[in-house]
Ligand binder design. Structure first.
Ligand SMILES: *Cc1c(COP(=O)(O)O)cnc(C)c1O
Length: 444
């Protein structure tokens, strides 16, 4: 490759130097046509003569394009990241939302804002993903598990109330499967006890609670764009939102070490400052995203309403097929109060009417080849908590609904991108399996 790249890059590489003749960017590398072809072949995989021919054509074109084009001035934190954030703000009706490497990074910023320290208590739902508790656990907070609602499997506000102590500093409601937690009572409790609420909205992008977008109700809300979530920014990504107006100007600096990119550097030196948290300053680390991720997120937000519609249609179809069976409680489709994203299709059974519990049903479904995806399960059973001195059996006693529902009643299914045959096969298999269970138990 001829080295004509330097003159093509902008002068402000990471710090704002203003215009110069010899650009800062000269310390970094970019990508070339060869690299791009590798990416094209990665994103569009295939084999056979027709594939090889199409790739060869693209290759020719990409090399021709290389001769008449310039590489992007910046690969990290620039206008496409900003444009993705603007789209989020418009979509969510928020201000200052900040694009991060992932949803878990958003949790960390919110926890640091709250000033969490060893010995503080953080209430999370009994059923969620390990990321929900990871940061507070890592700094020595006590994780307190709230029991769940028997139908939605979301944090039960009544149990949250029971578990609040004078050490409670944060509550983390998780909209499991994209179905809204009952947020009003949680926000009331938080206001009464001066507690920060961080919504784990990893499954919730576009979902609603009483006309408000999930992730925009608590003091903070963090979304995930990991490849298994409803939309993705090339495999990883997250958006952090906040309703804490005084923190909004800090939030983007909290993504990159406390740097303010709008300030032109002075006397050949950049400077950083601490971020203003609720009770004092904190040190920001680095959760920056790339321009490619920014582009990817814009593309997917643009089609999120279509994606939500397709998910709704598939869920509605399954619910209709399953609602004839009185042993099955199909996924609730929502209404005026709750608009789910249908990240997952939740299904419950009534073990008495089904002639057995969910473990029997799951075994039968696995035999029929209906997916065995890892479940969101009781976190207090995870090995890491035992290693940190938690007594799982004692905690289980404080979460009786979780114990009953998770081990005897509940499972969840994927519901997006399936063919009509696959959807039908899933519905048929569920109905047949329950009928088999009922016959084996002598019920029907
Ligand atoms: C995926 C997920 C997360 C973490 O999201 P990342 O973007 O992977 O950090 C957090 N909470 C729940 C409930 C999740 O499913």
């Amino acid at each position: 490759m001829e080295n004509n790249k330097l003159k093509k890059k902008a002068s402000d590489f990471r710090y704002n130097t203003g215009e110069t003749k010899v650009p800062w960017a000269a310390v970094g590398e970019n990508y070339n046509a060869e690299d791009l072809m590798t990416i094209v072949k990665f994103m569009m995989q295939g084999e056979g003569a027709a594939y090889d021919k199409a790739v060869a054509e693209v290759e020719k074109t990409v090399y021709a394009l290389d001769k008449v084009s310039e590489p992007p001035a910046k690969l990290s934190l620039d206008r496409h990241v900003a444009a993705a954030e603007d789209m989020c703000d418009e979509y969510l009706n928020t201000k200052g939302s900040t694009f991060l490497v992932n949803c878990t990074a958003g949790f960390e910023i919110a926890c640091k804002y709250a000033g969490l320290k060893a010995g503080d208590e953080v209430i999370v739902p009994a059923i969620t993903f390990a990321a929900t508790m990871a940061y507070p656990l890592s700094i020595g907070c006590k994780i307190v598990f709230a029991d769940v609602d028997p139908i939605t499997l979301n944090m039960d506000p009544k149990d949250v109330e029971k578990k609040i102590t004078d050490k409670t500093k944060m509550i983390v409601p998780v909209h499991i499967g994209g179905y809204a937690v009952d947020m009003d009572p949680i926000m009331e409790l938080a206001a009464k006890h001066d507690i920060v609420v961080l919504e784990d909205a990893a499954h919730g992008f576009g979902g609603e609670y009483k006309g408000r977008k999930l992730g925009t109700i608590g003091h903070f809300g963090s979304f995930s764009f990991h490849e298994v979530k409803n939309i993705t920014s090339f495999g990883e990504g997250g958006i952090l939102c906040s309703t804490v107006t005084e923190f909004l100007p800090e939030m983007k600096r909290a993504r990159f070490l406390g740097t303010d990119f709008s300030i032109k550097i002075k006397d050949w030196l950049y400077d950083v400052t601490a971020i203003k948290g609720k009770n004092g300053p904190f040190v920001a680390t680095n959760f920056s995203t790339t321009e490619i991720q920014g582009l990817g997120l814009q593309l997917q937000i643009a089609r999120n309403d279509q994606i939500m519609k397709a998910r709704y249609d598939a869920a509605a179809y399954l619910t209709e097929r399953l609602s004839g069976c009185d042993a099955i409680i199909p996924q609730d489709l929502g209404g005026d109060t709750v608009k789910p994203t249908f990240h997952l299709y939740k299904l419950l059974i009534d073990p008495e009417k089904a002639g057995g519990d969910i473990q029997v049903l799951k075994k039968k479904l696995a035999q029929k080849g209906v997916t065995e995806i890892a479940h969101f399960g009781p976190l207090y059973r995870f090995a890491i908590l035992k290693e940190y001195g938690y007594d799982e059996d004692e905690i289980a006693k404080t979460c009786p609904v979780c114990e009953e529902v998770f081990y005897h009643r509940f499972t969840h299914f994927p519901v997006y991108g399936l063919t009509q045959e696959q959807l039908d096969y899933m519905a048929d298999s569920i109905l047949e399996s329950v009928a088999e269970m009922q016959a084996e138990a002598g019920l029907k």
